[in-house]
Design a protein around this ligand. Structure first.
Ligand SMILES: Cc1ncc(C[n+]2csc(CCOP(=O)(O)OP(=O)(O)O)c2C)c(N)n1
Ligand SMILES: [Mg+2]
Length: 666
């Protein structure tokens, strides 16, 4: 094909870009809410990218070898909605765009991956889109190492704004990407030097290209409104795959809005009727809102049709491949059979007293052999999180086939990358840090839940039981606060058997992320029977022997305390059930009959409910009820051996029994 002369390319591309501008300003105007500046400013760059460089097929948004396009600057959602509609995806429709930001429209305020198949990830929390793209690029290289260029050979393109580059997580993300030499990652920086408060001069004088270069990136610059220059920059970006690439696209925010462009006024407010009319004149756009002239739409649809051939050829290669079935199963996220049942049977025959972090490692030794999709890692706490197994050799720039990522001390970057990997598909990421530092990556954990990814967080050192490191390292409120996040399963297993069960459960929910809160200290094996009891979320570990007066409900390391408390009560003729509750979310999902059998609805003087968990007690009343007893810790811990701390803070049978007797008026 002979290249199109520059002049005619620009003549074709300019109206296509203006279609994005028109849709964006009209949708924001109709909603009287939204962000026109970013899509109008990046319309020219996006048009060149989509019409020439991005590999995609609107008829198959889930085609495994498509390029990934991440709109990290998620407030500019009208950019991606416009691109998807114009290039011919089934969703969104023009009516969805008309109803931008309204109830029922898939065109939500920010792009949501669960509403539109062509949206790779949910963005809006600045910085995380780019950081997720790092994970997507990792997954791509890893799968390429396993399945070759014939099946996996695509780029991850990102549009990021000044805000995405300013967020702290950007440092973590680009450091990791540079170190891993992720040459398939191409970031297009919407360098308009404007944020909400005004010029970026107000808050930064950073030399961003120098920072990227120092992190191992290749940096290219272009005029983001000169089609030929954009084309040159993107050609270079695509060709360069020795390292990740940053393309600084110098743009004017709100380009096309004659009096407001270049100012922070176009960032996040409707332009207003007068400015929209002036922009129409300026852009020579005579059509009514939401009407795209046939010729321009045809050019866009031709762009959309471009990828069908590549998709078809790829399908042919897949059909010929001896690994076709395996690849399809991997991309579908199917779980193979594992040897976990046998492992648990071994534990029942020969009980083990180990920390649950160690128990997790034991389960992982089995799982990572049987589930090749699992990619482990830790934010520099590998030896403490016990996340590395024999099967998971390091994933490095020199060996993308590896399955263990040394994330460095980058908790947020790690969690974002895990989301990106899970969203890419074909891999199941798990990663570790201390539970206390879950706060460092909390918003990414939240996005795992919102985006319905199977990311598995291994959060060890889950209470004051970690001991001597003291209150800075001892989580108090983290456990309960993670339970506040919808669609997140928080597991806190009490022993080696429950830990294995919780791992199996975490792997079994492709649309729900999991947290495994694990102990540093050794815990006795309390489970004597199999049966995957953790799947119920809570179950009766021990039934009362004497007449039942008390139900002790505990999680994790405090189940041992509950058992000791029950023993002491039974010795005095007070019957006590012990309920282990490794996962509140799964228990909540049980039917009423199961719930009320486990926790009968009786007044406390007949049946006292007691919760025992070494953390914030707020929320436990859900199970103890108003007049129950909540044993926990509503203050910071202290630096001392674990046993001394449990004694000091009253997390012992000796301290708990008298309180129960008082409550029972015994
Ligand atoms: C983590 C986070 N903090 C704050 C915001 C609110 N916010 C949305 S856009 C924006 C400014 C972004 O500036 P830039 O990326 O340059 O976008 P532009 O104004 O150029 O469109 C801010 C602060 C956010 N979405 N996410
Ligand atoms: Mg900006």
């Amino acid at each position: 094909m002979t290249p199109e002369p520059e002049q005619s390319a620009a003549a074709r591309l300019a109206p296509m870009a203006n279609a994005i501008r028109a849709l964006s300003m009209d949708a924001v105007q109709a909603a009287n809410s939204g962000h026109p500046g970013m899509p109008m400013g990046m319309a020219d760059v996006a048009t060149v990218l989509w019409s020439k460089y991005l590999k995609f097929d609107p008829a198959a948004p889930d085609w495994a070898d498509r390029d990934r396009f991440v709109l990290s600057a998620g407030h500019g959602s009208m950019l991606i909605y416009s691109l998807l509609y114009l290039s011919g995806y089934a969703s969104p429709t023009i009516d969805d765009i008309r109803n931008f930001r309204q109830l029922g429209s898939v065109c939500a305020g920010h792009p949501e991956n669960f509403l539109i198949p062509g949206i790779e990830c949910t963005t809006g929390p600045l910085g995380q889109g780019l950081a997720m793209a790092v994970g997507m690029a990792v997954a791509e290289r890893h799968l390429n190492a396993g399945y070759g260029d014939a099946l996996v050979d695509h780029n991850t393109w990102v549009v990021a704004g000044d805000g995405c580059l300013m967020e702290g997580v950007n440092h973590e993300a680009i450091g990791l990407a540079g170190h891993l030499r992720l040459g398939r990652l191409k970031v297009l920086w919407d360098s308009n030097r404007i944020t909400i408060d005004g010029s970026t001069d107000l808050s930064t004088c950073e030399d961003i290209p120098a920072r990227y270069r120092a992190s191992g990136w290749h940096v290219i610059e272009c005029d983001g409104h000169d089609f030929a220059d954009i084309d040159r920059a993107l050609a270079e970006a695509k060709a360069h795959d020795a390292s990740p690439v940053l393309v600084e696209c110098r743009t004017i925010i709100g380009k096309g809005a004659p009096t407001k462009q270049g100012t922070s006024g176009v960032h996040g407010a409707a332009l207003g009727d007068a400015e929209v009319a002036a922009a129409r004149e300026h852009l020579v756009w005579t059509d009514a809102p939401f009407v795209i002239p046939d010729a321009i739409l045809a050019d866009w649809r031709a762009v959309g049709a471009r990828g069908a051939a590549a998709h078809h050829e790829w399908q042919g290669r897949l059909d010929q491949s001896s690994k076709a079935a395996e690849f399809a199963a991997r991309m579908a996220g199917e779980m193979p059979a594992t040897g976990l049942d046998g492992f648990i049977a071994g534990l029942l025959a020969e009980p083990k007293k180990v920390a649950t972090r160690k128990a997790s490692e034991m389960a992982l030794e089995v799982l990572t052999v049987d589930v090749p999709a699992m990619i482990g890692g830790s934010a520099d706490l590998t030896g403490s999180n016990n996340t590395k197994t024999k099967a998971t050799t390091p994933l490095t720039a020199d060996d993308y086939a590896g399955r263990y990522l040394y994330y460095g001390i980058r908790e947020f970057g790690m969690a974002c990358a895990m989301n990106g990997m899970a969203l890419h598909g074909g891999v199941i990421p798990y990663g570790g840090t201390f539970l206390i530092f879950s706060d460092y990556c909390r918003n990414a954990v939240r996005l795992s839940a919102l985006q319905q990814t199977r990311a598995i967080y291994v959060f060890t050192h889950d209470s004051i039981g970690l001991g001597e490191d003291g209150p800075t390292h001892q989580p108090i409120e983290q456990l309960m606060s993670l339970r506040l996040i919808p669609n997140l399963n928080v597991f806190r297993p009490c022993d080696v058997v429950e830990t294995a069960e919780c791992w199996a459960l975490a792997l079994s929910t492709p649309n729900t992320p999991s947290v495994l809160a694990l102990s540093r200290q050794n815990l006795p094996q309390l489970r004597e029977e199999g049966g995957m009891l953790s799947a119920r979320g809570a179950y009766r570990l021990r039934a009362a022997r004497a007449a039942r007066k008390v139900i002790l409900i505990a999680t994790g390391s405090e189940v041992e305390v509950a058992v000791a408390t029950a023993d002491a009560l039974e010795a005095e003729g007070i019957g006590a059930d012990v309920v282990s509750m490794p996962c509140m979310e799964l228990f909540e999902a049980q039917d009423e009959a199961y719930k009320s059998d486990l926790l009968p609805n009786l007044p406390p003087e007949q049946l006292l409910r007691v919760s025992i968990e070494a953390g914030a007690t707020l929320g436990w009343d859900r199970y103890t009820m108003a007049n129950g007893l909540k044993i926990g810790l509503n203050r910071f811990g202290a630096s001392a051996p674990a046993e001394d701390l449990y004694a000091k803070f009253g997390l012992t049978a000796e301290a708990i029994v008298p309180q129960i007797k008082t409550k029972l008026s015994i």
